[in-house]
Design a binder for this molecule. Structure first.
Ligand code: BG6
Length: 487
């Protein structure tokens, strides 16, 4: 679709940047904080890159004023951060740790004082370890109850200061990596348990949203979803159908619950046929239906490409073009829990896209596709809660970082956001991932995303100095011009 002229970004557009507690705060056991599942997991040998942990991270807990001063210098309009649940409730429930609440209130006050809109994420993966031990974490409804109670405490304390709230960050990612691939805590590989836990997270999310509207009637709340649009490799209708399947199970499975309050029937049926359908109590459907998010948070990095699956089309196996077989198609036929995807589609490489050093496809146009699809299907204002490039940056002898590749990446993606706005998508803000460099969960401190370089690496905390990169000054200009200088 061609526009002769692009619409401007809205006047009150939230030009932002994001972070998450475990990835920046450090102070992992200070001032009464309890351990989270990431504190435990990262200390198990071999689980993270070079054994990196968030014990110190970038020391934001102690240097937050310096970080906010840099945000102010940049002219940032909004800052997305997450609250560490076990800082507020060291045991996940029960006794409140006032020092934890004081820290987040001080951060919020500092942001407001500097005219930066706080965007508060309630859950960015760091479940209190005590809840994992006591209840098996998200596999128990007790954890959902504890989550809602934790949310209530924050709503009551900060509801008059914080307008925008995000419930779950990338439920699709933490559930799949935690319960299917065992790459994140709680290190489980069990599809049945994964779907059960996922349902309980849905209940927690819905209850928190409903409660929020009672306690903070003027605030706005929504989940952040890691959305990747699915493409069909060819125009063969069987591949197109495979892409529909993948779109349903990879995206609608979560988004329909958030935005329509019910599961997509197609996926439910497939799970039911394979004995994987979660236990859904009668009252659960009411809980899901009653939660009305005010916006949808979208994290966008890349999408995926699929073709018809290799089980249906045996001839593909001989076809050299399609020789790259998806690992889960190799799953044994006798597996008591065959993954539903096996019968639905097969993932392939997209021949049109280049990749980052970490093999993530670079697809700015896919961003526009994503925004358009989500708007068309769910018709909610969209807050872009993450988008960015992970790269190895070099600090020069004169203490500069010339990250032209990041500027190029962000510029191309932001232009697609502007195209989407011109198409008619209601987008209220954009948070680049991330403000400062931070701990990439499984890639250590080597994979950098920030506008601000942090002088530390995987082996040495060095002096943790904050050094604005070239992209910092570029984004400052973009914000100042309200995006008018992107072209
Ligand atoms: C998102 C997460 O999945 O992607 C962030 O919300 C994360 O917390 C980001 O850091 C980038 O992923 P990675 O694995 O490169 O750090």
């Amino acid at each position: 679709m061609y526009h002769e002229k692009l619409d401007p970004f809205p006047d009150n557009f939230l030009w932002g940047a994001a972070s998450a507690a475990y990835q920046i705060e450090g102070a992992w056991k200070d001032d009464g904080k309890g351990p989270s599942i990431w504190d435990t997991f990262s200390k198990i040998e071999g689980k993270t890159f070079e054994g990196t942990t968030g014990d110190v991270a970038i020391n934001h807990y102690y240097q937050f004023k310096e970080d906010v001063a840099l945000m102010k210098k940049m002219g940032l309009k909004a800052y997305r951060f997450s609250v560490s649940w076990s800082r507020i409730f060291p045991e996940g429930e029960g006794k409140i740790n006032q020092a934890g609440l004081d820290f987040y209130e001080a951060l919020v006050d500092e942001l407001i004082k500097n005219d930066i809109e706080p965007l508060l994420t309630l859950y960015h993966w760091d479940l209190p370890q005590a809840l994992q031990d006591r209840y098996n974490g998200w596999e128990s409804r007790k954890t959902a109850e504890a989550f809602v109670n934790y949310c209530r405490v924050l709503f009551e304390r900060l509801g008059h200061k914080v307008t925008y709230w995000i419930t779950m960050n990338e439920q699709n990612v933490f559930i799949s990596l935690g319960y299917r691939w065992a790459a994140h805590p709680p290190i489980i590989k069990d599809l049945k348990r994964m779907y059960e836990a996922n349902h309980i997270v849905n209940i927690a999310n819905a209850k928190a949203i409903t409660l929020f509207h009672e306690v903070v009637p003027h605030g706005k709340i929504g989940p952040s979803f890691g959305y990747g649009p699915v493409y069909s490799l060819t125009s063969d209708p069987r591949d197109v159908l495979a892409a529909e399947n993948a779109e349903s199970i990879n995206n609608s499975w979560w988004l329909d619950v958030y935005c329509k309050g019910k599961y997509p029937e197609f996926v439910l049926k497939q799970l039911g046929d394979r004995g994987l359908k979660p236990t859904i109590l009668k009252e659960d459907m009411k809980i899901l239906a009653s939660a009305k998010p005010d916006f949808l948070g979208i994290n966008y990095y890349h999408g995926g490409t699929v073709k018809r699956n290799n089980i249906e089309c045996k001839e593909d196996r001989q076809d050299k073009k399609f020789s790259k077989v998806d690992p889960y198609l190799m799953q044994s036929q006798e597996d008591p829990n065959p993954s539903p995807e096996m019968a639905m589609f097969s993932s392939v490489e997209n021949p049109y896209l280049e990749k980052t050093a970490w093999e993530w496809e670079i697809d700015p146009v896919g961003f526009r596709v994503a925004l358009r699809r989500v708007q068309a299907k769910y018709d909610l204002p969209i807050l872009i809660t993450e988008n960015g490039l992970g790269a190895v940056d070099e600090l020069t002898a004169s203490e500069e970082v010339h990250d032209t590749y990041r500027i190029e990446y962000l510029q191309e993606h932001l232009l697609e956001v502007q195209q989407a706005i011109t198409d008619g998508v209601d987008i209220i803000g954009y948070c680049a991932w991330s403000f400062t460099d931070l701990l990439s969960w499984l890639n250590g401190y080597k994979k950098r995303y920030g506008f601000v370089y942090i002088n530390r690496d995987d082996f040495d905390e060095k002096n943790l100095a904050r050094i604005p990169k070239d992209s910092f000054y570029w984004y400052k200009d973009v914000i100042q011009a309200n995006g008018a200088n992107l072209l």
